[in-house]
Design a protein around this ligand. Sequence first.
Ligand code: PMP
Length: 295
Amino acid sequence: MYFNPDTLAFVDGEFVKADQAQVSSYAQSLHYGYAVFEGIRSYATPAGTQIFKAKEHYERLQYSCKSVGLPLSYSIEEMTEITYRLLELNNLSDAYIRPLVYAGTPNMTLKYASTSNLMIAVWDWGKYLGDQCLRLSISPYQRPNPNAVPIEAKVSGHYVNSIIASSEARGRGFDEALLLDMNGFVAEGPGANFFFEKDGELFTAPPSSILRGITRNTIIDLAREAGINVTEKFFTPDELQGATGAFFTGTAAEVIGITSIDDLVFSTPYQDTLGHVLAERYHALVTGVTIEQNA
Ligand code: PMP
């Protein structure tokens, strides 16, 4: 699914067969989760293949590297150019793009790496959480303490928290987890930001214990353009009582509706929520097609 015998990946300056890309089992990244990555999408648009917000994603990759002391010698322009070439070589337009910066050298010290590796993979990937609205459950696992790790960096090791929270919720029969922060406020999903709507307005957690999602920012812009009020504030699960709808946002998941959180069922059918309106506007934006043309 991620690659076949013909797939090419970019690894350290070369386009190589994906099934031949290798890493040492002594790599520092593997032992300590010491790597950073991005999740990006490209779309087939009337103007050809377009990577959505490539600059913002590669800026965040640079920021993530800096946060954990991983050197990165590629510029945003170089990485963007390489990604377009990689998409072309793999004949992909609508694709998910996964850049990973890792410390591949055998190294068991707890010190910043002095060199790093860059790999970029591309594959065809539908919406990560599917098309159906989700039933969430509040996770017994909290988001990592932002004073312990650079929470706004997309560090591989942070995703152990996501893996256990998501798997735990699925193990109890839910579709996905919703994580609180260390103070008991609602933060986000394992791989997506959370919004809820009440009285015709949207609310979402402020940057603190969340990844400041690029889709989150896009949705806030689209909502404000549409005259919808968006408030960033801390809120507890109790404050969700009376909410009429909710949704997740993320590059992989795009915009996906939420029907319930544990026993709380949202009163408005998703099709009639602001989330649904914004999902359509998001799709139109990323594909460069107007809503009327899409219909
Ligand atoms: N939160 C977490 C923990 C994530 O992993 C992601 C996916 N990158 C998001 C939020 C959404 O971020 P973005 O919209 O930039 O993909």
